[in-house]
Every structure is written in structure tokens, then in C-alpha cells.
Design a protein around this ligand. Structure first.
Ligand SMILES: Nc1nc2c(c(=O)[nH]1)N[C@H]1C(S)=C(S)[C@@H](COP(=O)(O)O)O[C@H]1N2
Ligand SMILES: [Mo]
Length: 355
């Protein structure tokens, strides 16, 4: 909260590449205004001339093709709500400190996206029987951060299994009803509902259907975690978002008056299903209160609030929000080290001073 630098009302986490965070205490509506929506990129924004832009669909298909922007927007479109959370959101709470953008609470946002279902283009191309995954490739490129990465530039790319590609991946050209801004992927980006933001490839230029799993840099060396089955841990690409609740207000360290009414509020989300309960503890986790929940929509967050009468005696109070979803998932108390610096969804206590 203290010495943070703002740019256009967002917290500047880095200038090159540009990484901007929503000051989460500004949460005030179900839809995040684009002007507050976090920005995450690995390389410089590619300069794209919309009239020269082409989206190529190729690989394990009967007929590969290219489509122009004007042709794309002629296709029947769909408008969906989808929350994007960066897999590194809230990384700054991890101890010991880890490398990576030191996000606070605000690398998350809830927006409307308009575009063409990926399934429409896959149908047009005619997917072969051999197909397994669909690689989404952006136009941006740069050196890999990890020294073990490939030499030279790496283009940003991620894959989704064919079933997910057909189910609900959107090729979006509008965000909150206006043309996609440059930093959010102009002219077209993928939206992969329910998955961490990394899957929603911006500045999309190529869609390649492949007959094997994709082991690209941004889903193996980066944006992957160790999953333990019965035997050995295996590296797995980050996919579904985890259940998580965040407190927007009050903020960590805030001073509140004794014996007064304070509105505690925030948002909670999950990768699949819906948030069914958000509890709030005002005593460091000893007891829990149910909060009032706002509207619920698939793939979006749910706002919650609680009217708190602060204690009559001064002192430090620890507030914790805890979400549960329709599959009975609940947030863990601690971060699982196998997740490295990603998928940070443990309980996030904040301290306030009542005076
Ligand atoms: N081409 C491309 N797509 C990308 C990225 C990127 O660096 N390049 N960053 C990803 C990550 S890590 C996140 S969290 C989201 C952020 O989307 P936003 O900037 O619109 O909030 O975009 C994803 N898509
Ligand atoms: Mo991200």
C-alpha cells in the first residue's frame, strides 16, 4: 500500500514489459472497468495493423486457412463474462520471497468479452481424427526469462486440449463492449474461461491443431507446477483457477474507529462450478461469520460483503475471508510448495488496528 507507483490509476509493477495491477481496494462493481483491469505481458506489445492482420488456422486439419479481421467479425459472435486471474496473483505474500512480478491482490479482473467461438473456426478447418491439442500463438516474442530456456526469442504460446478448445474458448475482439485495447491483445485474443490468465493468449496470430501434447516454454519451464499422483511428481501446465477469496476493504494495516459500522467486502472465485459460501473471520480464524453474496454467473467472481460492528476496545484484529465452491472445495491454510510461485490461493489474513 505504501510506496507504490501508479500509472493511469493502476499499480506499476514493471514498465518493460508493462505490468499493471488493479489497486484491489478500488473494487466497486461486478464488472471490472477496463481502466482498472490488470495488464500482464512478457514482451513488448506487438505493433499490429488491423488491415494487414491475419489469423492462420493450420496443423492437423483438412484445410488450413487464413482469416482477416473483417472476415472474422462477420462470423456470428458471442458475448461472455469471464474472470481472468494471473497465476502469480498475490505472489508478494509468499515467504521466502520468490522471483517474478510481486503482485498484490489485484492481478485479477472480471470482464465481458465478445468474439467468435474457437469451435467455429475449427469446424471450418475440419479437425482430423488425430488431433489432440490446439496451440494458440501470439505475435509477441522475446528472450526466455529462465536461463535453461531456448536461445533466441520465444513467441508466446499456450495449448488447450481439443475438448476445451471446442467447449468454450473464445476469440475475442471486444472487451467490455469496445475494441480490445492494445495492452489487452488487440486486435484478437483468446479467452479460456475458468483457466489462469496465461492461457488467454493475446495478440493471437496462429492456431495450430497438433496430434500430441504441447511442451512449449510457457507451459513447462514457466507456468507449470509439480503434480503428485501415486508415484513421482510430474510437471503439469497450470490450468483451472483455484478457489480464492480476497478482501478489498478494509486494507491491510488500516486504522478503524472503535464501536463503529464498517463494511468489509471483496470478491471470491473458482475455476469450475460456483462460489457458494464466503465466510469472514474477525478474530484470526477462531470463529467465522457468513457473508452476504452478490450475483453468481459462470466463470465470473462473486462479490461478498459483511457489516461489521468494530469492537469497543482498541487493538489489532486479524481478518480472513474463506470461500467454498459448489464442489465443496475450500481454500488451504498454507501455500503448497509444489506449486512454486503460482496458484496462490491460501487464506490471506489482513491486520487492522481498531482505535
Ligand atoms: N501473447 C501473450 N498473451 C498473453 C500474455 C503475454 O505475455 N503474451 N500474458 C498472459 C498472462 S500471464 C496473463 S495473466 C493474461 C493477462 O491478460 P490481461 O493483460 O488482459 O489482463 O494474458 C496472457 N496472455
Ligand atoms: Mo499471468
Amino acid at each position: 500500500m505504501k510506496d507504490r507507483q501508479l500509472r493511469a490509476g493502476k499499480i506499476l509493477r514493471s514498465a518493460e514489459p508493462l505490468n499493471l495491477e488493479m489497486p484491489f481496494e478500488k473494487l466497486g462493481s461486478f464488472i471490472t472497468p477496463t481502466g482498472l483491469f490488470f495488464v500482464r505481458m512478457h514482451h513488448a506489445i506487438p505493433k499490429i495493423d488491423k488491415s494487414k492482420w491475419r489469423l492462420r488456422v493450420d496443423g492437423e486439419v483438412e484445410s488450413a486457412f487464413e482469416i482477416t479481421f473483417d472476415e472474422l467479425i462477420e462470423i456470428e459472435s458471442k458475448k461472455v463474462l469471464a474472470l481472468l486471474e494471473c497465476a502469480g496473483n498475490t505472489r508478494s505474500v509468499l515467504e521466502p520471497k520468490v522471483a517474478g512480478v510481486q503482485w498484490g491482490l489485484g492481478a485479477v479482473g472480471n470482464a465481458h468479452w465478445t468474439g467468435v467461438p474457437l469451435s467455429t473456426l475449427l469446424e471450418r478447418a475440419g479437425v482430423k481424427q488425430t488431433a489432440r491439442e490446439v496451440v494458440l500463438e501470439g505475435a509477441d516474442e522475446g528472450p526466455a526469462e529462465d536461463v535453461r530456456g531456448p536461445r533466441g526469442n520465444v513467441r508466446f504460446a499456450r495449448s488447450v486440449p481439443l475438448a476445451k478448445a471446442r467447449e468454450d474458448v473464445l476469440l475475442a475482439y471486444k472487451m467490455n463492449d469496445v475494441d480490445l485495447p492494445g495492452e489487452h491483445g488487440f486486435p484478437v485474443r483468446a479467452i479460456v474461461p475458468g483457466w489462469y490468465g496465461v492461457a488467454s493468449v493475446k495478440w493471437l496470430q496462429r492456431i495450430t491443431v497438433i496430434d500430441r501434447p504441447f511442451y512449449g516454454y510457457y507451459q513447462t519451464m514457466d507456468y507449470a507446477f509439480w503434480k503428485r499422483g501415486n508415484g513421482q511428481p510430474e510437471l503439469e501446465a497450470l490450468r483451472e483457477m483455484q478457489i480464492k477469496a480476497e478482501i478489498a476493504q478494509p486494507t491491510d494495516g488500516e486504522v478503524l474507529p472503535v464501536n463503529s459500522k464498517v463494511r468489509v467486502h471483496g470478491a471470491a472465485w473458482t475455476g469450475e462450478g460456483e462460489v457458494t459460501k464466503v465466510e469472514l473471520s474477525l478474530d484470526g480464524g477462531a470463529t467465522w461469520n457468513e457473508t452476504k453474496l452478490g450475483e453468481t454467473e459462470p466463470n465470473a467472481w462473486r462479490l461478498w460483503e459483511f457489516d461489521w460492528r468494530t469492537p469497543t476496545t482498541a487493538g489489532k484484529r486479524t481478518l480472513i475471508a474463506r470461500a467454498t465452491d459448489s464442489s465443496g472445495r475450500i481454500q488451504p491454510a498454507r501455500h503448497d510448495p509444489d506449486r512454486g510461485s503460482y496458484m496462490i490461493n491460501q487464506l490471506l489474513p489482513i491486520d487492522v488496528q481498531v482505535r
